[in-house]
Design a protein around this ligand. Structure first.
Ligand code: C2E
Ligand code: CA
Ligand code: CA
Length: 974
């Protein structure tokens, strides 16, 4: 059982629970469902604006409501069927849905909700708007849980504006239809007008169709205005949206059309103090919020204060000629012509100010740049100045440095030259002199005494000096030199003179320079004296060495050359010409070899002496070297002079010369050339004389010959010949002739010497002496020599094969051949090729050749001997070898030269050179062959000397191969 106190507690708990439940219910539901009901059809702006305002209010809170918007379309279908259908539809839609609030936007919607709220909407709280106060009160009479915003037109505000715009206003044409809201709104307006402005009359258009109304509107008087009440249907029940009607009427009206709702703006009406659907919606939303916050709808007081705004249409104002000045200050003017400025003035100003700022900034920047540039220029200029200054400083430092260096160098040089001067002064070997020309006082230094080899007065006159010191012969040249210098012809005074001392010759060099005064006169002169005796002596000996032959004391080749050149240079001035004699001692080598070099030298001295004796002053004698002498005839009157000279010379040579008690018989060959007829240069003349001498030699020695054009031609011819010789071999123009060698013990032919002949188409028969030299020079001798050897081998092989017994053939070998590296090999090849036995082959080698490179040749000769070849030393006695070499040479036979044989005479007393040679050869086990045997006498002597073999014209000249057999066949014994 519960006590009273217990009941009280239970009651309080229940109340608290209920309160809590209520609070939690209202506050817990933050997602309410709200039904918005309109009686118009969709897209009616009055209704839509209210809905928008209502939802906007909610959206500004954190309530996330769900809105169900419904349209009853009552204005278009104001009949019961429509309502019934709507009722059924909403029953289906919301019969079971839990709604939290219903919002209605007009009278018809409120009426519908009030009538059906119980069965359709479980009596949810209702908020309304868009309903006039009286109508609303009638509709909600007896209903609870409902509140709202009363719609209230501001007729008076609009009226006041109408009167302001048109002070003459008398009549107001009220345009309202005969619908509930049309009639109601008209009634309310009329009441407001009549109450406040009884002077104004009000007229209506009831019962008229649209055309009539439009027509009448066009006729309205000036003192009238049209005011729109609610209008959506004409007398013929043509229904349109109120906006369309407003638009139509305002376009036809002659006078301004005023409105009371904002949705009627923009359709050509002037405007008015208008009620805004949206503000109605917002106010209703605020009421709804309170209800959802938990307040009872009945407890929430309805709002009766409209939020009206003065709105005017710019275009309409203009159309009716209403001045904008009359427009109240707080009004909104719509339809203002679009102005870019108006629309974007903020942007424009912002842009302008930004642009201006930018300009200012750019200007500042430019100013800054300019300032910086000028500063930079200043800086650059000062930098350049600084650089220039630096360079200047650097350059001047450089110059200074250079100057300093130059200065130090000069200082150094100065010091050195000072030292040098001191040294030279101290160590000077020269005497110094100083001559005052004006007073003729000559000052001489101490050193002069020594140089001049006498004690001189320190001061004397120039005349004294000349008289006492200088050799009289030299005085003139000294004075001449002095004159030349003083007259300015020579820059320095210099003269070499001899001292006037009796005992020895002393040479002095005097040098000096005059001082010329301002008037150009020499006033003073100073210089030195140098003892040049030694230098003069050495110069003389050098000169002697250069120009004289030390052995004979005769001029040498150089001296002759110069002398000749000097004479020839005088050339045309001299009427007389001259002659050149080239003298060569015959067989001088043999003298040298047999009697010794000192004997040879003595012989040359003797010859020189004799030449000198024979010569007068107009002849110049020179020794050219060896046994060659030249006599130059300077001023030749007739050629006879030369011939006489030659004769005397020959006479001298014909007598035996006795030297060191030894008697020698010498001969010489002389070549003679005349100038200028034979030549005008020293070289040509010497060459000519030489040629002529060779001609004399080849004529058989001990003769003289003149140079003539033929000789020169001969030289030219030889050059020409040389060219043809090259082709001789291939043309088959070369052949071998054979000269028999006779064995003196058997008196029969023991062999042949092969001698080459050139049968030239151009020149006819050519003798070896005419072409061998060229062949050697050109190297043609190599193939030619091989040809000759091959032919000789074939020849002897043939004879052997033909049964002529043990015959030999000797072949002349040139130096050029012997010097060939592969000479021995090439001989071997030919021997092998021809199949001849080497013991039938002999090589004749001129002794001079052998001596040229003895070691090499000796080596080769030994190799040849090993092959079985017999080595003959040809022309023995004409070359350079001495008899004593014979024992060292690998030779088998000596061929005694014809020149020796020529000298063999019966009446000769004592041993001849030939006899000595043969004896010596026999001692060395060397056989001898004498060549050029032409007389029985020679043969007889040779036989007596036990010469082994002979060869010469006495027996046979060289014969062509074809004649050899004839010789052999004749069986002749010698
Ligand atoms: P050589 O070797 O002294 O030859 C001897 C020369 O004397 C030959 O002249 C020969 O005809 C000549 N002769 C011989 N007996 C007498 C005589 O009783 N009286 C005179 N007056 N002369 C005589 P050749 O043939 O004119 O030869 C001259 C030189 O040419 C030779 O001198 C030799 O050195 C050289 N020679 C000749 N044939 C050849 C050759 O085939 N090869 C080489 N390399 N040289 C050759
Ligand atoms: Ca020979
Ligand atoms: Ca010979």
């Amino acid at each position: 059982m519960l006590t009273g106190k217990g009941r009280l507690v239970l009651y309080v708990s229940f109340v608290l629970f209920c309160a809590f439940a209520n609070v939690s219910k209202t506050h817990a539901n933050e997602n309410p469902n709200i039904l918005i009901l309109n009686s118009y059809s969709r897209d009616f702006s009055w209704t839509d604006d209210q809905t928008m305002g209502f939802i906007q209010t909610f959206k500004q809170t954190n309530i996330d409501a769900t809105y169900f918007i419904e349209y009853l379309d009552w204005k278009n279908h104001p009949n019961e069927e429509n309502l019934f259908e709507q009722q059924e539809l909403l029953q289906i839609k919301y019969g079971t849905k839990k709604l939290d609030l219903i919002y209605t936007t007009d009278d018809a919607a409120l009426k519908f909700v009030m009538e059906h709220r119980r069965e359709l909407f479980q009596n949810v709280p209702v908020v309304f708007s868009g309903v006039y106060g009286t109508a609303a009160l009638a509709l909600i009479a007896g209903e609870s849980n409902v509140t709202g915003v009363y719609e209230k037109m501001d007729t008076l505000g609009t009226l006041q504006m109408m009167r302001t715009f048109n002070p003459k206003l008398k009549t107001i044409y009220l345009l309202g239809d005969d619908t509930e809201s049309g009639l109601e709104s008209s009634r309310l307006i009329e009441k407001d007008i009549c109450d406040a402005n009884p002077d104004l009359s009000i007229k209506y258009f009831y019962g008229k169709n649209n055309d009539t109304i439009n027509h009448e509107l066009q006729q309205l008087p000036d003192n009238s205005a049209v005011l729109m009440a609610s209008y959506s249907r004409d007398a013929e029940e043509t229904t349109m949206e109120p906006e369309r009607y407003v638009k139509m009427f305002s376009s036809n009206s002659r006078v301004p059309v005023y409105v009371l709702y904002d949705f009627e703006m923009g359709s050509g009406t002037v405007g008015g103090s208008v009620l805004s659907g949206k503000s109605q919606g917002i106010q209703a939303g605020q009421l709804g919020l309170k209800i959802l916050a938990g307040e009872k709808a009945s407890a929430v007081a309805p709002i009766n204060i409209p939020r009206n705004v003065i709105m005017l249409d710019y275009q309409a104002l203009k159309r009716y000629g209403i001045s904008l000045d009359k427009v109240p200050a707080d009004s909104q003017v719509i339809n203002h012509p679009w102005s870019f400025y108006d629309e974007y003035w903020q942007g424009i100003w912002m842009t302008i100010s930004a642009f201006f700022m930018m300009i200012v900034y750019i200007l500042l920047l430019m100013r800054n740049i300019k300032q910086r540039k000028s500063a930079e220029n200043v800086l650059k200029k000062s930098n350049e100045e600084l650089t220039a200054l630096y360079e200047e400083v650097y350059a001047s430092e450089d110059t200074l440095h250079k100057q300093y260096q130059e200065l130090s160098a000069t200082q150094c040089a100065l010091q050195k030259s000072q030292e040098r001067y001191q040294l030279s002064f101290d160590g000077a070997n020269d005497g110094l002199w100083d001559w005052d020309i004006i007073t003729d006082k000559l000052y001489l230094s101490d050193r002069c005494d020594t140089i001049l080899a006498r004690k001189m007065e320190k001061i004397c006159s120039s005349r004294d000096f000349l008289r006492k010191i200088v050799l009289p012969e030299d005085q003139k040249k000294m004075i001449d030199a002095l004159r030349d210098h003083l007259s300015g012809k020579s820059a320095y005074y210099a003269c070499e003179y001899r001292l006037n001392v009796s005992k020895e010759l002393k040479w002095i060099l005097i040098r000096g320079k005059a001082f010329i005064n301002g008037k150009g006169h020499p006033t003073r002169m100073a210089g030195s004296l140098t003892d040049i005796t030694l230098r003069k002596a050495s110069e003389a000996s050098i000169h002697y060495l250069a120009y004289y032959d030390s052995l004979t004391g005769l001029a040498n080749r150089t001296a002759l050359h110069e002398q000749l050149q000097t004479i020839l240079a005088g050339g045309s001035d001299q009427s007389e010409g001259g002659a050149l004699l080239f003298i060569d001692v015959d067989n001088f080598k043999v003298v040298n070899d047999t009697l010794g070099h000192s004997y040879g030298d003595a012989l040359l001295i003797e010859i020189a002496k004799q030449l000198r004796n024979l010569c007068g002053t107009s002849q110049f004698i020179a020794r050219m070297g060896g046994d060659e002498f030249v006599v130059l005839f300077k001023q030749l009157q007739t050629q006879r002079e030369v011939c006489d000279y030659v004769k005397t010379l020959k006479d001298f040579f014909s007598t035996s010369v006795i030297i060191e008690e030894k008697k020698t018989h010498v001969t010489c060959s002389i070549g003679i050339t005349f100038f200028p007829s034979d030549g005008v240069t020293a070289d040509t003349l010497l060459q000519n004389a030489d040629l002529a001498m060779y001609k004399a030699k080849s004529n058989g020695k001990n003769q003289y010959a003149f140079f003539d054009e033929k000789l020169a031609e001969h030289v030219q011819k030889q050059a020409h010949m040389e060219r043809h010789l090259r082709e001789a071999l291939s043309k088959g123009e070369l052949e071998l002739w054979y000269q028999p060698q006779i064995c003196l013990s058997s008196h029969s032919i023991s062999g042949f010497e092969a001698l080459v002949r050139w049968h030239s188409k151009e020149y006819g028969w050519m003798m070896p002496l005419e072409f061998i030299g060229f062949a050697e020079k050109s190297g043609f001798i190599i193939p030619m020599g091989q040809f000759i050897l091959r032919q000789a081998c074939l020849f002897i092989k043939k004879l052997y094969d033909e049964g002529y017994g043990e015959l030999t053939v000797t072949v002349n070998i040139s130096v050029v051949q012997l010097l060939e590296n592969d000479f021995v090999e090439s001989v071997q090849t030919i021997l092998a090729e021809t199949g001849v036995n080497a013991r039938y082959i002999g090589f004749e080698i001129t002794e001079s050749i052998l001596m040229e490179s003895l070691d090499l040749n000796v080596h080769k000769l030994e190799a040849l001997r090993k092959l079985g070849i017999t080595i003959y030393l040809d022309d023995f006695g004409t070359g350079y070898s001495s008899l004593k070499y014979l024992q060292d040479l690998p030779i088998d036979v000596v061929k005694i030269d014809k020149s020796f044989v020529d000298n063999l005479k019966r009446e000769q007393v004592g041993k001849t050179l030939t006899e000595v040679i043969i004896e010596l050869a026999h001692l060395l086990d060397i056989k001898t062959v004498a060549e050029g045997v032409e007389t029985e006498e020679q043969l007889e002597i040779l036989r007596r000397y036990y010469c082994e073999a002979v060869q010469g014209y006495l027996f046979s000249r060289p014969v062509p191969e074809g004649k050899v057999r004839e010789l052999l066949e004749s069986g002749r014994l010698f």
